[in-house]
Design a protein around this ligand. Structure first.
Ligand code: ZN
Length: 206
């Protein structure tokens, strides 16, 4: 069996392939020049079982499943904020970035999973963001833009401090995301939620 770094290197290489093949991602940010592997202390979340149980042939999907048990999973919300069901069926890892599995100050990349039926409520953050759907799909919503259902290979960008939300319907979502610009290094838990906005409503402009 490959050692820990080899397994993460494979995930990183698969993400790089996806990046190189996707003009929207290449336009968004350069691939970081120097990536120093930081051996993760595994953080286990319930969603790992959902990730591992989801059959899909995408190389990033498979490589993530291979490191699922040894990765440092994060959840930026508490049960009080989003409820037990959300906490049980979502999680993400920071692949590279200021606090990632690979360290870099240039740009940040995450891989996240959200279970079917979850509503990822309206929130915003200073960093600019791009999502790439690896597998599954979801309805992407952003202030000032039309809602759009994204499937595998499709991307969506969020501007600095542009409120956005993601609604999972009958399938889960596995997505690769990048952050760039001011606020890039902010803790993800600092993203502002709008708890008074229901997932079905649009935030007011201004
Ligand atoms: Zn975001």
């Amino acid at each position: 069996m490959a050692n820990i770094q080899q397994r993460f290197d494979r995930l990183l290489a698969c993400c790089r392939d996806l990046y190189e093949a996707t003009p929207d991602l290449r336009d968004f940010a350069s691939w970081p020049g120097e990536l120093q592997f930081a051996v993760p202390e595994a953080v286990i979340v319930p969603a790992i079982d959902l990730v591992k149980g989801w059959k899909n042939h995408h190389p990033v999907h498979l490589a993530l499943q291979d490191v699922a048990d040894i990765a440092a999973w994060q959840r930026s919300y508490t049960e009080n904020q989003v409820g037990q069901q959300f906490m049980k069926s979502y999680g993400f890892i920071e692949l590279f970035g200021p606090t990632g599995h690979y360290l870099t100050a240039d740009v940040r990349a995450f891989i996240g999973y959200w279970g079917a039926g979850l509503a990822y409520d309206w929130h915003q953050h200073e960093a600019e963001e791009i999502y790439f759907v690896v597998s599954g799909g979801a309805l992407f919503r952003a202030q000032g833009e039309a809602d759009r259902y994204l499937g595998p290979g499709e991307t969506r960008q969020h501007k600095s401090n542009q409120p956005h939300a993601i609604t999972m319907t009958d399938e889960p979502l596995l997505a690769f995301a990048m952050w760039r610009g001011p606020g890039m290094a902010d803790p993800t838990s600092q993203a502002n939620r709008f708890s008074d906005w229901s997932a079905g409503s649009q935030p007011e402009i201004g």
